[in-house]
Design a protein around this ligand. Structure first.
Ligand code: ADP
Ligand code: MG
Length: 678
């Protein structure tokens, strides 16, 4: 059994508790985790230049022989400077190393090295600062570069990496059967790990990367499938299709759009079958997903069962509670709110009612999936803005009932092909139209010079009875020049918004404070909300018709779209003003896209193109475990390879229990570890 590999990182020679701490800071606890600290780049020592040809103030590789080491100098602030004189055979150069006596000691007089560093000075006197070096007789000339932390140098990591990799030779670590490797042209795992760190050639590092990316995607697929099949085994709560639902729709204050009606029909049909529903409801911001969710809850309640709706923030949970209460209580459907910030007494009372079945619809944050919440007959589980939740949190809610129906509502519309990958075998309902009477949000991008004119416009809207949001990226002033809500609110109250009622909303306020503020804003007592991105997701105040976003360059396209989605939710004409002084090509492009379209699907596609898939698929977007090597969208082909491989493996061995799959199963569990335990 692999042991040293999975033991403490301190097992490695030269790693004491101090360096161990540094490693832990990087999330590396064991030699195994060190091995999966994949290089972010490589340094190629194969091409070096003579000293006289090294461009000044740039990084170069030089081949230098040290002829004299000078004693280290201690200067103020505990800083130590080490210097050595060296030559490339023609010209001399001074090597300067800061604060790394240990590294300096390793350099020997008379020895020749390849050194990589920034060359500075003038024609007569040159220096190379803090060089990364290897001995000139070193065989491996392509050296890895790692993400580091203060006090951990690249040469320390490399030395430890070598030791960790040597441990592999003692262990059999291959996770995939030979036939899969050969069929997909994948290299053996041991070889791949060796060559991702110390590649023989560029081609070798590419081949290694392919194997590791494949592994990651395969583990992802296996983990997702295993979780899904775990929740599919049980029987569902089959509902009665004869239960009347029309009454609900007739009593809504508006007429549902065709897409909404279709989504409701699909959901009801799903819930009347004896396998659990597994459906994704995609819809652009403001398309009315909540009403669809309410319809589903109504149908479940009329079937005598309970429904739960989980939202990612307290603000949103509270809002949904109010909305659902308004829609459902007239029909005698009991709705309650359960969030972390209720008093213990209140929580206990609510839990009791849930257990007794006195409550039909439970709305809340992740408080509703805690162990001490027992549902009497939970038949429908809805998660809103679901990308905010981890896979396991969703699974935990799904496991509450006797295999309930599941509906996930996505805030970020994504292209269908990608949705299929991320959500696997979910069925998809899409709302593509906005309710009648909505006009698209007029969007303008301006520079700070036009700020006061922008506020003139805001005041005009306020005077017409509308409300506004002003979004800033920060809460408090910092060294950056970014706007912060606290000082911004003060300035605005004495300046641009003098005489209007304003209030702050940000993530460091208590839940009760946030709730009070949102209530006042909803009721119109507050005219302008000066806020951070806490309003990004889901907040619904139809009378708000203007949004100003400061430092718009700080936000990605999808985020801007979400923010903008807070206005244009009623019949009023709405506007969004993006303020930025950033003139980079990328920022200008983003602003152009925002001003030219309000179609969320289009925007997410552009976002994907511009940001690159790695970022777009950052785990915050979808709740999947973070991927270190693979880029889902970049590696589409590899992804489908992994998909078919996963299918094949699971059809032969659904729980990966066979001895030859044991190592692979361990790996899957490890990837999903945080989700499964957390
Ligand atoms: P989202 O899809 O972004 O979650 P919401 O469910 O919050 O959108 O709905 C946005 C607003 O539109 C709400 O104020 C809601 O009452 C309203 N709404 C929903 N459906 C309709 C409709 N068919 N006609 C008019 N207004 C609607
Ligand atoms: Mg919503």
């Amino acid at each position: 059994m692999p042991s040293k590999l999975f033991g403490q990182i301190e097992y490695l020679k030269g790693v004491g508790s101090a360096r161990g701490e540094k490693y832990r800071k990087l999330g590396i606890n064991s030699p195994y985790e060190l091995i999966y600290h994949i290089p972010r780049a490589y340094l190629d020592f194969r091409t070096h230049v003579p000293v006289c040809q090294a461009p000044l103030n740039e990084y170069s590789v030089l081949k230098l022989t040290i002829f004299r080491k000078l004693p280290p100098q201690r200067i103020r602030g505990g800083l130590v400077i080490c210097k050595a004189a060296a030559s490339d055979g023609r010209d001399d150069i001074l090597i300067v190393i800061y604060n790394n006596v240990y590294g300096f000691q390793a350099l020997k007089e008379g020895e020749t090295y390849y050194m990589y560093g920034k060359v500075s000075g003038n024609l007569l006197r040159r220096e190379i600062t803090a060089p990364v070096h290897i001995r000139a007789d070193e065989k491996i000339l392509i050296q890895p570069v790692y993400r580091l932390t203060q006090g951990l140098s690249v040469s320390m990591v490399r030395t430890n990496m070598r030791q960790a990799l040597n441990l592999l030779h003692d262990e059999s670590i291959e996770t995939l059967p030979e036939n899969i490797l050969s069929r997909h042209g994948l290299s053996p795992l041991g070889w791949a790990l060796e060559n991702i760190h110390f590649p023989e050639s560029e081609a070798a590092s590419e081949t290694a990367r392919k194997r590791l990316a494949f592994d990651e995607l395969l583990k992802l697929q296996l983990g997702m499938s295993m979780m899904k099949s775990r929740s599919r085994r049980n029987t569902a709560f089959k509902m009665d299709e004869n239960v009347d639902y029309q009454e609900f729709e007739r009593n809504l204050p508006f007429e549902m759009t065709e897409d909404q009606q279709k989504a409701v029909r699909e959901i009801i049909a799903d819930m009347c079958r004896d396998v659990p529903m597994n459906r994704l409801l995609q819809g652009d911001v403001g398309s009315g997903k909540t009403a669809v969710a309410a319809a589903a809850c109504y149908f479940a309640a009329k079937n005598g069962a309970q429904a739960a709706l989980m939202a990612p923030t307290e603000i949103l949970a509270t809002q949904h509670f109010r909305t659902l209460e308004g829609f459902l209580e007239p029909f005698g459907v009991k709705v309650c709110l359960l969030t972390g910030s209720l008093t213990a007494k209140k929580k206990a009372a609510v839990r009791e009612q849930i257990e007794q079945g006195e409550i039909d619809v439970i709305v809340g944050t992740h408080a509703i999936i805690q162990k001490d919440v027992n549902y009497k007959s939970l038949a429908l589980v809805i998660t809103d803005e679901q990308h905010r939740f981890g896979v396991a949190q969703r699974a935990a809610l799904a496991e509450k009932g006797n295999s309930p129906h599941k509906l996930v509502m996505s805030a970020t519309p994504i292209p269908r092909t990608l949705a299929l990958i991320i959500y696997g075998d979910l069925d998809i309902s899409a709302i593509t139209q906005l309710p009648k009477g909505r006009s698209p949000v007029e969007t303008y991008a301006v520079t700070g010079k036009l700020r006061s004119r922008a506020f003139g416009f805001v005041r005009k809207k306020l005077d017409e009875g509308r409300q506004a949001y002003v979004v800033c990226p920060m809460i408090e002033d910092s060294e950056s020049d970014l706007f912060a809500v606290k000082s911004y609110a003060e300035n605005a109250a004495n300046g641009d918004l003098k005489g209007y009622s304003t209030a702050l909303l940000h993530g460091r306020m208590s839940a009760a404070e946030k709730d009070r503020t949102m209530k006042k804003f909803r009721e119109g007592e507050i005219q302008v909300l000066i806020c951070t991105t806490v309003v990004e997701v889901g907040v619904d105040v139809p009378n708000a018709a203007v949004m100003v976003i400061e430092n718009a360059e700080r936000f990605g396209l999808s985020q801007l779209h979400q923010l903008r989605g807070r206005v244009g939710r009623g019949q009023h004409e709405s506007s969004c003003i993006l303020i930025t002084d950033n003139t980079s090509e990328e920022c200008v492009k983003r602003m152009k896209i925002m001003s030219s379209t309000t179609d969320g699907f289009k925007i997410s596609e552009e976002d994907l193109k511009m940001r690159g898939p790695g970022d777009f698929f950052g785990s915050a977007q979808h709740g999947l475990p973070p991927l270190k090597i693979a880029d889902i969208a970049c590696n589409m082909e590899l992804m489908s390879m992994a998909q078919s491989c996963a299918k094949e493996l699971l059809s032969a061995d659904p729980t990966l229990s066979r001895p030859e799959h044991k190592a692979l199963k361990m790996e899957v569990l490890r990837l999903f570890e945080k989700d499964i335990t957390g």
